[in-house]
Design a protein around this ligand. Structure first.
Ligand SMILES: Cc1cc2nc3c(=O)[nH]c(=O)nc-3n(C[C@H](O)[C@H](O)[C@H](O)COP(=O)(O)OP(=O)(O)OC[C@H]3O[C@@H](n4cnc5c(N)ncnc54)[C@H](O)[C@@H]3O)c2cc1C
Length: 364
């Protein structure tokens, strides 16, 4: 027997093999297991998701873009996200989701005039915005939004799936898929997995042996800061930030993401740290200000000079239209991906719909 165990072998094929344990694969696996489907999730990362879903914090904000208007798909995605996380909480699991609301600070008076008229948000005049934020033109409050710590959500989904019989294997890299008369064979670095259906949820990662759709990879960065800031709402916009609670030391963890580009950001800091404060070389520095920290400091002056605890770089997959993909690639292989900058906002609705389709296909 291979190190994959007995499940997923020629003698005991799984119904669905989910390839990739980011937010797309983890949510789909959870729905399948809870629908009574024998689902096996494999991920190449040994310690959990290694793609875009390992970003330290993610916002749930349907009022995106310059206009700040929300689309129906994003509104439904948000509602499905809160349903999903409520379900996990009811099962005694911690999905790391905070229904805090989300703040967007206006850049200029014109934007303020347009946002003031939006029907589904609350407009805050400059004097009504908490003084921790610098909002000279006012800010939009998206009350139904919030943020999530992805690592907690992925663990809760895996635990919820496991409770319903869904199995997860880490450190298993799928290098090829071939159709058979009864399903699909997946070649992995640990042996072959036999399944009736496979779903590619592999994000921006590419393997030469897999026929994956040609999504574009957009790289982004995140910093985890330690700063003396108590801010009630996470911030959306060109720079995204979320704020943990202030501990006994007077410091809170602050998560900031952005810097999206077609190429990965260089290792940071490039210059020797002006004032090392310990930890792995180059990881904990003061002084050498990262552009994300500088940009956040304009909106939240209290973070200026904060200590950088961690630097994260990752790529998300997107299509030119920005719309995610959940469709059949071949008779027994589906894809769920290209979630772009709204993976956490949209995964629940997409996974629910694809899960229902797979259940129907398996019943035929
Ligand atoms: C900087 C940044 C900030 C973001 N902020 C937000 C936000 O605020 N709100 C929001 O909703 N979204 C946000 N996103 C987008 C979101 O992170 C992504 O849309 C989402 O994480 C994509 O999830 P995924 O499951 O499709 O892919 P991924 O998370 O990339 O997961 C793919 C997984 O597949 C595994 N894998 C790949 N190939 C194989 C293989 N051959 N065999 C086995 N395993 C494999 C990888 O190890 C990986 O774990 C952000 C993204 C970035 C980069």
């Amino acid at each position: 027997m291979s190190r994959l165990g007995s499940e997923g072998t020629a003698h005991s094929a799984v119904d669905v093999l989910v390839i990739g344990g980011g937010i797309a694969g983890a949510t789909l696996h959870y729905h399948l297991a809870r629908s009574g489907v024998s689902s096996l999730l494999v991920d190449a990362g040994a310690d959990g998701a290694s793609g875009a879903s390992s970003v330290p914090a993610a916002l749930l904000n349907p009022n995106r873009g310059r206009s700040g208007r929300s689309s129906l798909a994003d509104q439904e995605g948000l509602a499905a996200f809160w349903r999903l996380t409520n379900e996990l909480v009811a099962a005694g699991l911690d999905p790391g989701a905070m229904r805090s609301g989300v703040l967007r600070v206006a850049d200029n008076p014109r934007q303020a005039r347009a946002w003031r008229r939006l029907p589904d948000t609350t407009w805050l005049e400059p004097g009504a915005v908490d003084p921790v934020y610098h909002a000279p033109f006012g800010a939009m409050l998206v009350e139904r939004g919030g943020w999530v710590r992805p690592a907690l959500l992925l663990s809760a989904l895996a635990a919820g799936a496991a409770a319903a019989g869904g199995r997860t294997l880490r450190g298993v890299d799928v290098g090829g898929l071939s159709e058979t008369p009864t399903g699909v064979n997946a070649t992995t670095d640990g042996g072959t997995i036999v399944a009736r259906k496979a779903v590619l949820c592999s994000g921006a990662a590419r393997r030469p042996g897999l026929r994956q759709p040609g999504f574009e990879a957009v790289w982004g960065e995140a910093l985890v800061l330690s700063a003396p800031v108590a801010a009630p709402y996470p911030l959306a916009g060109a720079v995204v930030a979320a704020f943990g609670t202030v501990g006994a030391t007077g410091m809170a963890e602050v998560y900031v993401t952005g810097g999206h580009s077609a190429t990965p950001a260089p290792i940071w800091p490039q210059e020797p740290a002006s004032e090392p404060v310990g930890g792995p070389a180059g990881a904990l520095v003061r002084g050498a200000e990262h552009p994300l920290l500088a940009a956040l400091a304009w909106q939240v002056p209290g973070v200026a000079g904060a200590r950088v605890v961690r630097h994260w770089v990752g790529a998300r997959a997107k299509r030119p239209s920005g719309e995610p993909v959940a469709r059949r690639l071949t008779r027994n292989v589906h894809v769920l991906g290209a979630l772009g900058g709204r993976g956490f906002l949209r995964a629940a609705t997409l996974a629910e719909a694809l899960g229902r389709r797979l259940v129907a296909e398996l019943a035929r």
